[in-house]
Design a protein around this ligand. Sequence first.
Ligand SMILES: C[S@@+](CC[C@H](N)C(=O)[O-])C[C@H]1O[C@@H](n2cnc3c(N)ncnc32)[C@H](O)[C@@H]1O
Length: 452
Amino acid sequence: MGPFEREVSSASLSTTYPAVAGPFTNADDGTEIEVNQTGQREEPLVASAEVRDFYERMPYPAPLTSLDEYRDLYGNPDRRRGLFHLLWPTERLRENREILIAGCGTSQAAKYALREPNARVTAIDISETSLSNTQLLQQKHSLDNLELRQLSLLNVQELGQTFDQIVCTGVLHHLPDPELGLRALRDVLKPRGAMHVMVYATYGRTGIYMMQAYCRRLGITPSRQELQDLRTALNNLPEDHPLNQLLHKGKDFQNLDALADALLHPRDRSYTVPQVYDWLDRCGMSFGRWFEQAPYLPQCGVLAKTPHADRIAALPEPDQHAAVELFRGTITQHNFVAYRSDRSTESQAIRFTDQQWRNYIPIRLPWTECVRDRGPAGSVAVLLNRAHKHRDLVLPINAAQSRLFNEIDGTRSLDEIVRNDGKEDARSLQFFERLWQYDQIVFDASCAAAAG
Ligand SMILES: C[S@@+](CC[C@H](N)C(=O)[O-])C[C@H]1O[C@@H](n2cnc3c(N)ncnc32)[C@H](O)[C@@H]1O
């Protein structure tokens, strides 16, 4: 991952595990699912050990020896502020948070500790190799605000702590029962806390499932030689194989450990949008927002130009997102923010239908870019978000919009900006809504929340 990318998970790919057919046997691989006396499913020890052993041998992501290249990037306070308000638009910036990184892998927790020097970061993982890699980074960069524990997230309550922020990316889909995992995390999330989760997405990974099945048929093991042979075979895939799209785009496949994580993982499953919503609901959580929302919105990209755009936009939001996932067909991961469903205040209260918007302070997301003089006719620039994988999500802007865009300084409210422009009209407001939909900005809506 380059230094300019957002440090979300680069974790990858999966076998689809159909919903467990009966309470005792996993229909896909025949492993026994144990049931305890209260009738709850327990993680089969064999399966945990299998996943742990896999990550002992194939730590993920590829270990880093230094975070030097991230230092300047993370020194930028706007980055911290942008990320904070993405999770908590209606709250005032709090830096001294308790953060849990559940299933931290080789470097994610160290990056968080570096970026959030005033937070206390606790990182857990079942893999000793992953923790050792993280520890090396911790020592190298004197990350005193980071604590590491070898612990399954299923036993997270053993920490005896609750957290403002929980990050769990690329992990829950590897558990025999992701529901148990999400519940365990939810139980250590503070009532006003936010959770950032990434799980695999079903449709976009069709090619991966096919190739996983191929590897199983051939009995391919994750030895160096077998992985090299696999990479050679993949280099010769038919051009129009569904995996090829991912192969050419994904850096993931250049690295052998990542290839193993993608295609030889002993256990993983994936989710469609409705399954994400249902899963959260069953675990006492509620959906907040997609980390990048534009790929899920009918107002963004090519879909907005089709006759179906308005029809989709008239549906309830979860159905809109489900429809857009089906239309796009290539979403490979669902990266989202969720809250406890018993949270007393509204968490993602961004809307433009009442007058609250006047107090919103727009903050540009630092991983966005404004490319001048390369847009379509009539535009003066195009705005893009480097975390977007879909090329249709660039936003051309005209001269008037460019002036408005340049007014964003992280301190002025929309009211001030729009007034400054001298034309307080619906079109200016619509433009800011569009910037937000296209993941160009987040809002600090804490003043609006206080005023409301
Ligand atoms: C694909 S890596 C993702 C690492 C990191 N979250 C990221 O996004 O870069 C998955 C990690 O989850 C860990 N893991 C798997 N099952 C776990 C469990 N039950 N409890 C804690 N960690 C687990 C693995 O050891 C591995 O390090």
